[in-house]
Write a protein that binds this ligand. Structure first.
Ligand SMILES: [Zn+2]
Length: 422
């Protein structure tokens, strides 16, 4: 039932190509896009350190017409993608914080959660999501492999610093009992052996338990030209159809699904053991709106062409500024900025620096694959460069007014889908 040849990079110290579908095992995968070679987004070299060799990995998207999954063409060892010094914390953006508090409000009401119910968050990061359940009075546990786990623990959120696996699921269950809810936000696309993860989740879940996942949404990614969210952390790009296929293989029904605004467009999906919950009309509604088969191929081909054009448009826009000796900086350095910078070919001669808000662990490091330094945001207000490209353009509406309010007077630009002066 499960694919015999799952690409496993863990322990390889390197990468392995994806030769058959990670979900259904189909070995006739179609290439739909290549962004060339990319550095790992979370290995950021300290500013001033002599340049040394770094691995670069092919960044190709594959489509499986059997289970509808769109997936990366390579699996990179998690040790490379999630180094212990992983510089990402999820508590930072308002959209994410609001979404997680909404996830709690929605699920607590819909599932009628009781005080004694045990909730587990996989890939819990700094505890932003699970903290909502904790404040609601439920028993909680976060599971997080990177050092960000320590930040959560310091904030008083019980967190286990481990990679999630069946063994970890068994340990947690024997110590705390079965979980009423298991959540996985944005890590469900990251972990390489997705079948083992779902099996681990089943191990941990009570019979009437519910698994809630949030993933970046493939259809939104295509429609809004968010190719910059393609990087090696994200092994899989889910539609509801492909998620339903995957969960169905493990005896889980998707019983509710809806779009949410995080990361420029994601989906929240509720699943439970077959027959334990009535299926809401939201599921069929979303499935009907998704392209399938040849319609999906056509959408992906159009996407590929638009990605290429967007690169050329950005080049043209930047060239006009540079020919007038304009100075350009970047605003914020999320992982997606690494894909954009490297695919478009921006370097330190084009982008003077990238700003991050005070406290960001990325300050004092170079953007991956470049010598563009990341500096504290205050610099831009003293410098007043001519143009600031907002790399986290999916939250430009939140960032732009703040930058104006703090006194930046130059041009604010969103780079995708086409350069736009705000
Ligand atoms: Zn497949």
């Amino acid at each position: 039932m499960f694919p015999a040849k799952v690409a496993r990079a863990a322990g390889s110290g390197a990468s392995v190509p994806v030769e058959c579908c990670q979900v259904c095992g189909n070995d006739r995968l179609e290439t739909v896009l290549s962004l060339g070679y990319m550095p790992p987004v979370n290995q950021m070299v300290p500013v001033g350190e002599a340049p040394r060799q770094l691995p670069w990995f092919p960044t190709t998207l594959l489509y499986c017409d059997r289970c509808e999954l769109v997936q990366l063409g390579i699996a990179v060892d998690p040790v490379i993608i999630f180094p212990p010094e992983y510089p990402y914390t999820s508590g930072m953006t308002r959209v994410l914080r609001d979404n997680f508090s909404d996830l709690y409000a929605e699920s607590a009401q819909m599932l009628a959660l009781g005080k004694d119910d045990f909730i587990v968050d996989i890939g819990s990061n700094d505890g932003t999501l699970i903290g909502n359940f904790q404040r609601g009075g439920h028993r909680v546990l976060g599971i997080e492999p990177t050092d960000v786990a320590k930040i959560a623990s310091k904030r008083g959120i019980p967190t286990l610093q481990r990679y999630f696996s069946n063994d970890v699921a068994r340990e947690v269950k024997s110590r705390h009992g079965a979980a009423k809810v298991v959540t996985a936000a944005n890590c469900f696309a990251h972990i390489e052996d997705v079948h083992a993860i779902v099996e681990g989740i089943l191990e941990l879940l009570a019979h009437d338990g519910v698994f809630i996942s949030e993933s970046h949404y493939l259809i939104g990614l295509i429609d809004k030209l968010q190719y910059d969210t393609i990087y090696h952390e994200h092994l899989r790009y889910y539609s509801l159809g492909s998620l339903q296929h995957l969960l169905g293989m493990h005896g889980l029904d998707v019983f509710h699904a809806r779009p949410i605004p995080t990361h420029g467009g994601s989906i929240r999906v509720y699943a439970a053991r077959k027959g334990t919950r009535p299926i809401a009309p939201s599921v069929q509604r979303m499935l009907d709106a998704e392209p399938h088969g040849d319609a999906m191929r056509a959408r992906l081909a159009h996407f590929r062409r638009e990605v290429t054009l967007s690169k050329l448009r950005l080049h043209a826009f930047i060239r006009d500024i540079k020919e007038k000796d304009g100075r350009i900086v970047g605003i914020s350095a999320p992982s997606r900025a690494s894909t954009l910078v490297n695919y478009v070919g921006l370097d330190e001669a084009i982008i003077d620096y990238v700003c991050e808000i005070e406290g960001s662990l990325k300050i004092g490091k170079y953007m991956p694959g470049t010598l563009i330094p990341v500096v504290e945001e205050s610099r831009i207000f003293a410098d007043q460069p001519d143009c600031a490209i907002i790399f986290s353009w999916h939250i430009a509406d939140e960032l732009a007014p703040k930058l104006r309010q703090k006194g930046y007077r130059g041009m604010l630009v969103t780079p995708l889908p086409t350069p736009r002066v705000l």
